[in-house]
Design a binder for this molecule. Structure first.
Ligand code: PMT
Length: 436
């Protein structure tokens, strides 16, 4: 087992298991983390023990299970010892109750006291699961916001049929996503085998949880990303602040799930995600040509690029001299609207293609995005709030609302990787009814 392979150097993960029906999935996450080289210790609430017993945790970790503040065999002061030991803490399935306690700073059992005692520098990953109404309750959402603002990393629940038979948001995210989120906090420094994390987690997925590869209902995707540069003269251009992070994250996520991905990238300095075919372009015209060409062989297009709407009609072949006259002489013409053109041709040749746009808005987000959805004719649009410093151009996080003719799904502020995962989930779901 990886725990022994990396004795003394293994990354230390504390798994806090809470009392929900999804507690059994914590067993799968524990196994994935062990295979990736982590030493995992478990703290369980009393409620969680009703779902998964001590024998399971002790058998898998070879450690006594921590359950109580007072009569625990693990340590004289177990909550301090455990919270100080961990490099990353994972709370799963995070119940409404445990998140409320975390937000309030309550410490009336081992898990809540341990969570309160976690040092500020130690990341806490929270993977909630609960009934849809409990999840959507204002109190729960307020607690989620408080915890996020304090730096907790959330692996958000997904939509689906819940244990109570309700259908909606509240289902635990996939065990692979949760394990990935923990490993992402560790980087690859704690244990040599973590350098192999990607491969090992993939193997673990295939061996134990079944792979997500090939589970998408479409096989080929074209993604646009980054800004475009519109030449004024040989040294000047019109551009915008797009870094390409959002589009690259989408390309990476789709490829990770087995899609054949063509990434049409404007001028950015990001590495090409694994398994992605990248076409570098500079101008809106080049982006147009490369995207239209790739779309012919694609099932899905996702336009995350910030394409210039205007370009100089006659870029100078020499550096323009300073002066009002030169400035006034720059004539701008509209660029081709790539997204609108893809939408107009999406059913050509008897094929049904699914087209997704982004709408970068600084005000009246939903109305403006809804208007773009209708005007351009896309199947789904991500209304992107670019008025916030933690969202939109250049940031590592993003806040979007997914709008389709079926309605709106507001996502909280998430890492761009998480937005990409949620977007691909949503496209996969909508694509099935779209092509039917
Ligand atoms: O790259 P990052 O730093 O990670 O930032 C991400 C982002 C903010 C750029 C991205 O999430 C985003 O919102 N992209 C869309 C930006 C934009 O130009 O939005 P828009 O509202 O102007 O355009 C609407 C849609 O039409 C977009 O899908 C855009 O790609 C598309 N478009 C626009 C003009 C044009 N000539 N052709 C197009 O295809």
């Amino acid at each position: 087992m990886a725990n022994e392979d990396c004795e003394g150097a293994a990354a230390r993960v504390l798994l806090c298991v809470c009392g929900g029906i999804a507690a059994y999935k914590a067993v799968e996450v524990l196994r994935l983390l062990q295979r990736a080289g982590c030493t995992v210790r478990v703290a369980s609430t009393e409620g969680a023990l009703r779902f998964v017993g001590a024998a399971t945790w002790e058998g898998l970790t070879h450690e006594p299970l921590a359950t109580s503040l007072f009569d625990d065999a693990t340590s004289a002061i177990p909550h301090i010892e455990l919270s100080g030991w961990a490099e990353v803490v994972l709370v799963m399935p995070a119940t409404a109750n445990v998140m409320a306690k975390m937000a309030m700073g309550m410490a009336d059992d081992l898990v809540s006291a341990t969570l309160l005692a976690v040092p500020e520098a130690t990341p806490i990953v929270v993977a909630p699961a609960m009934n849809v109404h409990m999840w959507k309750a204002a109190a729960t959402q307020a607690n989620v916001s408080v915890l996020m603002a304090r730096g907790a990393r959330f692996v958000m629940p997904v939509s689906g049929r819940l244990a109570c038979n309700d259908v909606g948001e509240g289902k635990l995210a996939s065990v692979e996503c949760i394990a990935d989120a923990v490993l992402a906090q560790l980087g690859a420094t704690s244990c040599e085998s973590l350098a192999e994390t990607g491969r090992e987690v993939q193997e673990a997925r295939e061996a134990e949880a079944g792979t997500r590869m090939g589970t998408l209902p479409f096989s080929s995707v074209v993604v646009t990303a980054g800004p475009t540069h519109e030449a004024i003269d040989p040294v000047r251009y019109i551009a915008n602040r797009s870094s390409g992070k959002m589009g690259f994250a989408i390309a990476e996520e789709a490829a990770r799930r087995g899609a054949e991905v063509t990434l049409v990238a404007g001028p950015v300095s990001l590495p090409t995600p694994q398994g992605v075919r990248r076409v570098d372009v500079v101008s809106a015209a080049e982006m147009h040509d490369a995207t239209v060409a790739a779309f012919a062989n694609s099932d899905v297009a996702i336009c995350a690029a910030a394409v210039a709407d205007y370009t100089p009609a006659h870029p100078a072949d020499h550096k323009l001299k300073k002066g009002r006259e030169q400035l006034d002489a720059i004539e701008l013409v509209q660029t081709a609207d790539i997204l609108a053109e893809l939408c107009a041709s999406k059913n050509d040749g008897g094929k049904r293609r699914f087209v997704v746009g982004f709408a970068a808005e600084t005000h009246d987000l939903l109305n403006n995005a809804q208007a773009k959805l209708e005007r351009k004719g896309c199947d789904l649009i991500a209304a992107n709030d670019v008025s916030r410093s933690d969202s939109g151009f250049g940031s590592d996080t993003n806040r979007v609302t997914l709008l389709s003719p079926a309605g709106a799904e507001a996502l909280p502020t998430l890492s761009k990787a998480e937005v990409a995962a949620r977007l691909v989930d949503r496209i996969a779901k909508d694509f099935v009814s779209y092509v039917r």
